[in-house]
Design a protein around this ligand. Structure first.
Ligand code: CCH
Length: 287
């Protein structure tokens, strides 16, 4: 029996639906953290993309440079090897898929599977094959700092105040790990559900300084939840605060704004010919 003609053999069907399903199948894990790898996949997508510098059009998700030293060893990326390793079987199953597309799509699928909005996403990122293209250290935010720092970091990527607040709502998800960042605890009571709870808690809880030997962080009245200094900056800053209040009272608006800002984040620095990008920079159409 002869095989298929070579041309046909080589034609690989790039089935992103199958990739999405393979990622979704990895998320639930009773033994890990709060029962899901979803939050850390969102963080991987964000840190892969958050190295972007608009002025020099360097960094960003294209290249998947976080696979290489020195970027893999930057303090901000501590713990993200868990997420990169988790995705390896997906890369092995779909060899035509780039790591750069995989790391961003991982965050998209995680948000959607955890009950969040649909995130406009498009393939087309390519991989670098060495760490030569890693951006410099220090491009990701430092949680111990203030609103000026947040603006320095996010304006550099091309975001405005509203987008900074919307993106920060991802802290509805996941938790801090003492051995990764030095901070502890989750931000919300439902850290594997995408919601506007981060904003309602910022608005409604009385946050006080945690008394401990670790870095300065804030705790709620139950002492089970946390806020970083940069999270508190969102209600202390008079330009950020109105967006916190808006997202706390209007979850639909938060979902819509998050989808647009997260999509833009993942798209930053990705070379596209005109009209090729997803509906990223503009708000996602109302559901
Ligand atoms: Fe974040 N984040 N983040 N974050 N983050 C941490 C964890 C998560 C900051 C600091 C931290 C965004 C913005 C900021 C997630 C998504 C986003 C941790 C704990 C620190 C510290 C890490 C650990 O110990 O494991 C700071 C500062 C900023 C400033 O803006 C943005 C934007 C996003 C996504 C859109 C997610 C998700 C987590 C949870 C990860 C996990 O492992 O559970």
């Amino acid at each position: 029996v002869f095989g298929a003609p070579p041309a046909q053999k080589e034609a690989v069907k790039r089935d992103y639906g199958a990739v999405r399903k393979a990622i979704a199948d990895l998320l639930e894990a009773d033994e890990y953290d709060d029962g899901s790898f979803g939050p850390i996949l969102v963080r991987l997508a964000w840190h892969s993309s958050g190295s972007y510098d608009k002025a020099t059009n360097s960094g960003g998700s294209n290249g998947a440079t976080m696979r290489f030293s020195p970027e893999s060893d930057y303090e901000a990326n501590a713990g993200l090897k868990v997420a990169r390793d988790l995705l390896e079987p997906v890369k092995a199953k779909f060899p035509w898929l780039t790591y750069a597309d995989l790391y961003t799509l991982g965050g998209v699928v995680a948000v959607e599977e955890m009950g969040g909005p649909t995130i406009p996403w498009k393939e087309g990122r390519s991989d670098m094959d060495s760490g030569n293209a890693c951006g410099p250290d220090g491009r990701l935010p430092d949680a111990s700092l203030d609103q000026k720092h947040l603006r320095d970091i996010f304006y550099r990527m091309g975001f405005n105040d509203q987008e900074i607040v919307a993106l920060s709502g991802a802290h509805a998800l996941g938790r801090c790990h003492a051995d990764r960042s030095g901070y502890v605890n989750p931000w919300t009571f439902a850290p594997t559900t995408f919601s506007n709870q981060y904003f309602t808690l910022l608005r409604d809880e009385k946050w006080s300084k945690k008394k401990w030997k670790g870095p300065l962080q804030y705790e709620d009245s139950s002492k089970q939840l946390m806020m970083l200094p940069t999270d508190m900056a969102l209600i202390w800053d008079k330009k950020f605060k109105p967006y916190v209040m808006e997202y706390a009272s209007d979850e639909e608006k938060f979902f819509k704004d998050f989808a647009a800002a997260f999509s833009k984040l993942l798209e930053n620095g990705v070379p596209r010919t005109q009209g090729e990008a997803p509906a990223a920079a503009s708000p996602a159409p109302a559901a």
